[in-house]
Design a binder for this molecule. Structure first.
Ligand SMILES: [Zn+2]
Length: 156
């Protein structure tokens, strides 16, 4: 994905809470479900580097409240950066979903949204997802093989 970002105007949206994309060299990753490496104050929304061990009673470095939690979007909470995500979907020429079940909204609706806005939609997945019908092209197989091949085809 970092290679693709170097050659195209890429918006990388991830549901993963780890730093896999950052370690892969991708710049500007949108973590719609938050980040494990970040702590969040439930009282003032301040964020800081998460310690290895975190307790709800840890005081917030900014306001002192004992409302520490992981900076992760929990079930029932609204994912982060959605305004930026919808805008990117509106403007995309190509939308690709890689390795997702297609079960969890709002992410499961991204392909349909992008297609309506005129994007070609490609699914790269181990097997058909719950919303495979929303993609005009599907590439099945392990991401370790299909993603590098697909990226090379876009760079060729
Ligand atoms: Zn705070």
């Amino acid at each position: 994905m970092a290679k693709l970002a170097g050659a195209h105007d890429l918006t990388l949206i991830t549901q993963n809470v780890d730093d896999l994309h950052e370690r892969g060299g991708s710049p500007d990753v949108i973590h719609m479900h938050g980040e494990l490496n970040s702590a969040l104050c439930g009282a003032c929304d301040s964020r800081w580097q998460a310690p290895k061990l975190m307790h709800p009673e840890d005081p917030c470095p900014a306001c002192g409240a004992c409302a520490t939690r992981p900076d992760i979007v929990w079930f029932g909470e609204i994912p982060y950066h959605m305004e930026r995500v919808w805008q990117a979907l509106d403007e995309a020429e190509l939308f690709a979903a890689i390795g997702t079940s297609g079960n969890v909204y709002p992410a499961a609706g991204f392909a349909q949204h992008a297609a309506r806005a005129g994007a070609e939609c490609v699914e790269l997945n181990l097997e058909d997802s719950a919303n495979s019908r929303d993609f005009s092209r599907r590439i099945l197989g392990p991401a370790s093989r299909t993603v590098p091949e697909w990226v090379e085809s876009l760079l060729a």
